[in-house]
Design a protein around this ligand. Structure first.
Ligand code: SF4
Length: 701
């Protein structure tokens, strides 16, 4: 038997063909018919089948503890869900609906996201649902909304072959979006005039294969982008007609970027002025200018401003909405975009509606017909949830398919909060999720291939994932767990689904007439066409593919249809370095691991590339501290410490060090969790944490 499905790791969303042999053995290969990857897979995708074949760490049945000091005990689904419902109802009755919260994941399928959102916002009466996408995408979401009017990625992968200048800022797609990167490399090989500019304080594999690497000081992205903006203006690269006809805000922007000379900017960024001039010249002359970014811009206390400063470069040059042109935020997780579509953030409602908008609330209330009005106030965001748990303002949290004990900033504080929480539900596939240790109720979830549903990748492409295998033990699809729980809460009439398809059809109806209309999409259509790109209204069924590129008519989703150019100040507001903590730590992914390793950690092959946690530090910084290659070092920050081996490399600039974010708390008796060090400072508008800038000191251990 062969099945076409989609990789469940990153936002590239590669198509996979799974072959199931009669003896049950599985093999995987890239799907040549899938437009996102054309048959290619990276190391993680090629080994994806091992994550379902090795069931040694699977959670197999519901478990519950009857007191914090008591062990988890096996119980039936009815007992687990009835007790959880009883506790949720008690808290809601006593402390109000905002006393409970759901923390979900960009790994969840669209249907699962939709149901949790419907349950808490429309039936419990709280907006306390947030997703781990808050940790990676929310600055891009706000950036798109403020500049283009809605959280809408304007471009598609086919723009790669149309572009001749790639501006990669704060991203390492060579490791983190490998199949997309291979496509860019192939395009450059076939077209040697194509230029790649990489902006990153680290010399990553992406930087190494670029034509121009700008290793800026951490936190100076806006200084750089404003300097490029100034040069574009001074050198006549502004598209005056586009700016006049389709944008607002240029005059204030011009005034802002003229405040600093290019030489001053170069000095602040720690790069040569000529390099900035070169980047601006290539961008200005480009026929196709595609910018790509991820966490270096998003995971910042000024993440929204960083996003705006980059999108501005497209708006002043008019390089948006045409082939090869546009700002492209690369999604980290496979369904971060699908989650945003159904309203899986504390601020949003289905189809990119907003909880603060009375009309939007009324539309969704009329559709859901729940027993409560949707609350007008945004709910708690990811970091706020754990802060509220610590203060006992939030009583119960339900964590679905994410591992905040490792992935959240200031993880020691998160650990304390989970210990203090009155009631914790963990719904997951794997017992490797560190958060399981803090659960009062553990609910076993079906994994990839064990449930059906949909996901949306980085280019707005919706894929259908079929159920191929039965889940082991008593594990259930996440959507079914939620609808069964909603029934126990007394909302059975509105949650009487029998399959995921019914959930998806309901979701598509709520998008009717919006910018994200997918009323033409159904499981049947996806099975026939494999994938489609939204928007895909009913009439798109005729062409069967949907919408490749947004804003081709240069009419944006703002109230007046014009894009907004923002004059953004270039300051950073990260925690300061000082004599005690003089180095800046940045964290990130490595090539073969995924998030907190609950999946990739099971595949021995993937551990060979970088087998253990490490700290990359510049040889000059190591020398003055007496640190040798491979030596165990103590990395200390204002909130915690770790002990890992040092790797001396000029790939990080002096004053900067780097740690992978994947490993859990303890390894070989050493604290190795990178997030012991990071802080919970967030961007004031996106509430995304400042993972990329932590003040630390390093010494031999
Ligand atoms: Fe999976 Fe991303 Fe690799 Fe594609 S690039 S195979 S989606 S991890």
């Amino acid at each position: 038997m062969t099945h076409q499905t989609t990789c469940c790791y990153c936002g590239v969303g590669c198509g996979i063909v799974v072959k199931q042999e009669p003896n049950g053995r599985l093999t995987v290969e890239g799907d040549k018919e899938h437009p996102s990857n054309r048959g290619m897979l990276c190391s993680k995708g090629m080994n994806l089948h091992y994550t379902v074949m090795d069931g040694s760490d699977r959670l197999l049945y519901p478990q519950m503890r009857f007191g914090r000091s008591m062990p988890l005990q096996r119980v039936g689904w009815d007992t687990a869900l009835e007790r959880t419902a009883a506790i949720f109802k008690t808290f809601i009755q006593k402390y109000g609906p905002d006393s409970v919260a759901f923390y979900v994941s960009g790994q969840c399928l669209t249907e699962e996201y939709y149901l949790v959102n419907k349950l808490i916002k429309g039936f419990i009466g709280s907006n306390n649902i947030d997703t781990n996408s808050r940790l990676c995408m929310s600055s891009a979401v706000v950036g798109y909304k403020l500049s283009l009017g809605e959280d809408s990625v304007p471009v598609c992968y086919d723009d790669i072959e149309e572009a001749d200048v790639f501006f990669v800022q704060g991203a390492n797609p060579a490791w983190c979006h490998p199949i997309l990167w291979r496509r860019i490399e192939a395009h450059k090989t076939a077209n040697p005039h194509v230029k790649i500019i990489c902006v990153d304080p680290r010399r990553t594999d992406t930087a190494r294969s670029s034509d121009l690497h700008l290793p800026i000081r951490p936190g100076t992205d806006i200084v750089l982008n404003n300097a490029i903006g100034r040069l574009l203006i001074e050198n006549g690269f502004v598209d005056a007609d586009f700016v006049l006809d389709h944008t607002d805000g240029f005059a204030a922007y011009r005034e802002q970027v003229m405040q600093r000379t290019v030489e001053e900017a170069a000095d602040l960024c720690g790069v040569e002025a000529e390099a900035i001039q070169q980047a601006a010249a290539w961008i200005g002359r480009a026929n196709g200018f595609l910018s790509l970014w991820t966490m270096g811009l998003n995971q910042s206390v000024v993440g929204v401003n960083k996003n705006l400063s980059l999108i501005n470069l497209h708006l002043i040059t008019g390089k948006i909405g045409t082939p090869g042109n546009g700002p492209f935020s690369l999604t980290g997780q496979p369904n971060a975009m699908g989650g945003r579509e159904v309203g899986g953030l504390a601020t949003s409602l289905p189809a990119h509606r907003e909880v603060t908008n009375a009309t939007h609330r009324a539309e969704v209330e009329a559709f859901w017909q729940g027993p409560v009005n949707i609350a007008p106030k945004p709910g708690l965001t990811a970091t706020e949830m754990f802060e509220a748990l610590a203060k006992d303002e939030l009583k119960a949290i339900w964590i679905i398919n994410t591992n905040p004990m490792v992935s959240m900033p200031d993880a020691n504080a998160v650990e304390k909060a989970l210990k203090k929480a009155r009631f914790v539900v963990v719904q997951d596939v794997s017992s490797r999720a560190d958060t399981v240790a803090f659960a009062d109720v553990v609910l076993p979830a079906a994994a990839w291939l064990e449930k059906e549903g949909t996901m949306t990748n980085a280019e707005r492409r919706i894929s259908y994932l079929p159920k191929v295998l039965d889940a082991p033990g008593e594990a259930l699809p996440d959507a079914e767990i939620i609808w069964r729980f909603a029934q126990k809460m007394g909302f059975g009439e509105s949650f009487n689904y029998t399959c995921a398809s019914e959930v998806y059809q309901e979701y598509t109806r709520i998008t009717a007439g919006t910018n994200i209309d997918v009323t033409g999409v159904s499981y049947e259509l996806l099975k026939k066409h494999r994938t489609v790109q939204w928007p895909f209204p009913e009439q798109s069924k005729e062409n069967g593919v949907g919408t490749k590129r947004l804003f081709a008519d240069h009419r944006f989703y703002t109230a007046n249809g014009r894009a907004q150019i923002h004059a953004v100040p270039d300051g950073n507001a990260s925690e300061p370095t000082d004599e005690d903590f003089p180095l800046v730590l940045t964290t990130g992914r490595i090539r073969d691991q995924w998030h907190t390793m609950t999946k990739t950690g099971r595949v021995a092959k993937l551990g060979q590339h970088i087998p253990e946690p490490l700290l990359q530090i510049h040889p000059n910084d190591a020398r003055i501290r007496g640190i040798r290659e491979g030596q165990l070092v103590l990395v200390q920050g204002r909130r915690g410490e770790v002990r890992v081996k040092a790797q001396l490399t000029e790939d990080v600039r002096p004053g900067l060090c780097f740690m992978p974010m994947h490993w859990g708390k303890i390894l070989n008796n050493n604290q190795v969790r990178a997030n012991n060090l990071t802080n919970a400072l967030v961007d004031p508008r996106s509430k995304e944490p400042d993972f990329k800038f932590t003040a630390v000191e390093v010494k031999p251990y």
